[in-house]
Each structure stands twice: as structure tokens, then as C-alpha cells.
Design a protein around this ligand. Structure first.
Ligand SMILES: [Zn+2]
Length: 287
């Protein structure tokens, strides 16, 4: 089934007096949400024991938990030591994710350095091969790696690049961040047909099973010449993109993705709003 939830705890969660992710699963369940993404963006400093404690709660309340690996990962780097650090960030994220009872680990693949983009992408693919070898060797072959489409022009992560990576190995399911795509392409996503072109590309590249179950990040995002500037909330009506036309396509293609709100502070509320928009279109059909 399609799932909705926030990426990180919303301001409302803290305003209600909660401070630990231990309380998140019940909080989300009571709101009517069923997904959550835990961020290791600034590092994997959560102990594995604590991750396991959180995991019991996520499972008790039937919340699908995913994690976001550290932002420092850069597989376009040409320094071997930096690459082994990047691989290490993936492994320590997977270790905690497994303890939490989740499967999906989102990560940013790379940023262009001094190399031209084509060369940087080649380096990225080569280093991702190395990472895969270590991931399988370390016993994480049953997990799911979710490389993300990115919002800044210099970041690796166009729709085509992410699909190319996902075709490399069965362990990959893409993270489609439609706010990022819209920022990178300066307001590309307006109509349901705009979304349909991208969704069709996913079906064609990865087949129906994977395409139906992609990972989705959604938020409105302010952008400029270099792409993404900052995440907004669903209240924005300048930058977009809008969720309604995407919800139409998700329904039309009977997709069952995990949909996470990355709004700035109102992630839980905006996840609920997306759920409402979706079911207003889908009716009871895909419940
Ligand atoms: Zn991300």
C-alpha cells in the first residue's frame, strides 16, 4: 500500500513536549501516518541499541522506517580515503537501519568537483561498484539502497543519472525528490503530464515492480540559477511543485510508493495533507 509520513520530527512534535524519536511511532500512528525517515544527515551518532529500541516502537505501530545517510557522502571524489569514508557512512547507516527494522537507506551520490560532469559521473559509478561489493560482503544484501534525485545543478542526481545507477544492481530503488527535480529544472513540474513523463521513464528503466514501489520525497522548494535554495512548506504558492497532479498519476498507475514530506517544520502536517489529497482522488480504491 501507499504510505505517507514525515522526514524527521516536525515542529509540532516538539511543541507537544516530545523530544525523542522513541515517541515518534505512536505520535504518527495517532495522526494516521505510516512512514518515517530518520536522518543521519549530520552523522550516524545514534547508538545501535537505541536504534533497536526505536525499532520496537516502529514495528508496534506499523510505521515503515527508512534512514537518510550522511550528507558527506561523495562518490565522485578521486581520493581513495574519502571513498572509503563514504562507504563507511553507508555501512553505519545500514547497521542502524537494520536495528530499527527498516530496509530503505536514502543517500546523495555525489557532487561534481574539478572534473567535468561526464567524468565525475563515471567516477561515481566506479565507486558505487566498490561500495556495492562491501555492502554485500558485510551482509547487507537484503537491504535497499535509494540514491536520490538532487536539486542543485552541480550535484550528481538528474533523473537519468539516478536511473542509470538503479539499473546497476537489484539492491537499488530510486528516491524521486520531486521538489529537487522541479528546482533543478526551474519549475518544470506543473501538470500531471509533466509528472507522467518522468514516471514513464522510471517504468521503462526499472520495470513495473520497482517503479510502483519507488521512494518519494516531496516538498515545495525555493530555487534560483544554481537550483535548490531552501525547503518551504505546502503553503507556498510561488515555487511549487503541487502534489495534486502527482497524486493523479500515482493513482492512475496504481503505485504504492513510500511518500515522505520534507517540508520545513511542518512535515507531519504536510504528509497528512498529501494523504488527504491522494485519497480524495483515489477514493477507497487503493486504501
Ligand atoms: Zn536527501
Amino acid at each position: 500500500m501507499i504510505k505517507f509520513g514525515p522526514s524527521g520530527n516536525s515542529e509540532s512534535f516538539y511543541n507537544q513536549g516530545y523530544s525523542s524519536t522513541y515517541d515518534t511511532p505512536k505520535y504518527l500512528h495517532d495522526l494516521g501516518l505510516n512512514a518515517f525517515e530518520y536522518s543521519f544527515g549530520r552523522g550516524t551518532n545514534l547508538s545501535v541499541d537505541k536504534a533497536a529500541l526505536f525499532g520496537e516502537e516502529f514495528s508496534k505501530y506499523n510505521i515503515e522506517v527508512s534512514v537518510h545517510a550522511p550528507y558527506y557522502i561523495n562518490f565522485a571524489n578521486t581520493d581513495e580515503e574519502k571513498i572509503s569514508n563514504s562507504i563507511g557512512y553507508i555501512l553505519s547507516s545500514l547497521k542502524r537501519l537494520k536495528a530499527m527494522g527498516g530496509k530503505r537507506c536514502v543517500f546523495h551520490t555525489a557532487t561534481e568537483g574539478k572534473e567535468l560532469r561526464e567524468k565525475a559521473f563515471e567516477t561515481t559509478l566506479k565507486n558505487i561498484e566498490k561500495m556495492l561489493f562491501v555492502v554485500y560482503e558485510s551482509g547487507y544484501g537484503d537491504m535497499v539502497l535509494c540514491p536520490e534525485t538532487m536539486g542543485k545543478i552541480r550535484q550528481i542526481g538528474t533523473v537519468e543519472e539516478i536511473l542509470t545507477i538503479c539499473k546497476m544492481d537489484n539492491i537499488f530503488i530510486p528516491t524521486f525528490d520531486f521538489g529537487h527535480i522541479n528546482s533543478r529544472e526551474k519549475g518544470l513540474l506543473k501538470s500531471a503530464d509533466d509528472y507522467k513523463i518522468i514516471i514513464d521513464q522510471i517504468f521503462e528503466a526499472l520495470g513495473e515492480e520497482k517503479a510502483k514501489n519507488i521512494h518519494i520525497h516531496f516538498s515545495k522548494i525555493q530555487y534560483g540559477n544554481a537550483g535548490e535554495i531552501r525547503h518551504l512548506t505546502m503553503d507556498d504558492n510561488i515555487y511549487g511543485p503541487e502534489f495534486e497532479p502527482l497524486a493523479q498519476i500515482l493513482n492512475e498507475y496504481k503505485m504504492t510508493p513510500v511518500v515522505l514530506s520534507e517540508s520545513n517544520g511542518t512535515q507531519a502536517e504536510d504528509a497528512l495533507l498529501m494523504k488527504k489529497i491522494y485519497y480524495d482522488i483515489a477514493g477507497g480504491n487503493n486504501a
